[in-house]
Design a protein around this ligand. Structure first.
Ligand code: SF4
Length: 297
């Protein structure tokens, strides 16, 4: 089976079969993104996808979860996704879930009936880069959606029965808007009640617009103290019924996994303890390595 170009997947898809159905990302314009530079978005032909599924059936016939590559595979039409899902179920009968990255715009372009049909075919576990609930941050990050659109489309997914991960980025509003970013993002998360909340922290690598803007000062990065304050403020404002908080991404100053609301007090205690331990360094910027990993924790 061939996987072309850089392959990304969420950490919880480590045991999933990665099946390429597109190359690159149909949007490819997010200010902070360095995933697919110079990759022309392409939809893989059905013959190639079927050949890969056939090969997977020989190599891992018992696989239960498939993750469709690349950057926003949910951009495919409901008909193409139906064809792919049916081909998977024909050859890999133990597959229960077909997951993939998705954008808010990808959902908008499908009808309610199509979403229900995709749900019935096992399509779920959509990994959605919502990033923020603050329109100013979303506009600067060039996400292609507003907070109101995100709310509407995520509620449509829930109504159709499709589970998803809400991905949010601490620091998206920069040093000037960290409070607003925390408040608006918490408000959006509370409104849609995701099953899974994936938290990362803003970082930039050469090749994306954000990197240049940070260098010139056009975008003011959050300090260590501001990132911790934003995380505390976000968590304290979350009013969730039953959500997994997946915050182990190495870009986070306080990596943690928890269940909300059960662990809320403990999470806040850990953030406050971390801040105490970093006294004297709160006005500095976190030192980051590859994929934004914190190297001076
Ligand atoms: S939608 Fe995802 S893959 Fe595409 S440009 Fe934005 S962050 Fe990158």
């Amino acid at each position: 089976m061939n996987l072309t170009g850089m392959v990304y997947r969420p950490p919880y898809e480590a045991n999933s079969l990665l099946l390429q159905v597109t190359l690159g990302c149909s949007h490819n314009k997010c200010t902070f993104c360095y995933m697919y530079p110079n990759v022309k978005f392409t939809i893989c032909p059905m013959e190639q996808i079927e050949a890969d599924i056939e090969e997977a059936a020989q190599v891992c016939p018992d696989v239960e979860r498939v993750f469709l590559e690349h950057g926003d595979a949910f951009v495919l039409s409901a008909d193409k996704l139906t064809q792919i899902a049916e081909a998977i179920h024909r050859k890999l009968p133990k597959v229960k879930t077909i997951a993939m990255y998705a954008s808010i715009q990808n959902i908008k372009h499908k009808t309610d009936a199509e979403l229900r049909r995709l749900c019935d075919l096992g399509i779920g576990g959509l990994d959605i880069g919502v990033e923020s609930g603050l329109d100013a941050a979303l506009a600067y990050m060039n996400k292609g959606h507003t907070a109101a659109e995100a709310r509407e489309q995520l509620l449509r997914l829930t109504k159709a029965g499709i589970p998803y991960s809400f991905n949010a980025i601490l620091g998206c509003g920069g040093a000037d808007l960290w409070r607003e970013n925390a408040d608006a993002t918490a408000e959006l998360i509370n409104a849609v009640q995701p099953h899974l909340l994936f938290i990362g922290s803003l970082h930039a690598q050469p090749g994306c617009k954000l990197y240049g803007d940070m260098k010139t000062g056009a975008f003011k990065e959050c300090t260590t103290g501001q990132l911790l304050d934003e995380q505390e403020r976000l968590i304290s404002r979350l009013e969730l019924k039953d959500t997994i908080y997946f915050g182990s991404h190495p870009s986070n100053l306080v990596p943690m996994q928890a269940i909300l609301p059960k662990h809320k007090d403990e999470m806040l205690r850990i953030v406050r303890e971390t801040r105490k331990g970093l006294q004297g360094r709160l006005d500095e910027y976190p030192l980051r390595g590859g994929e934004g990993s914190i190297i001076n924790r």
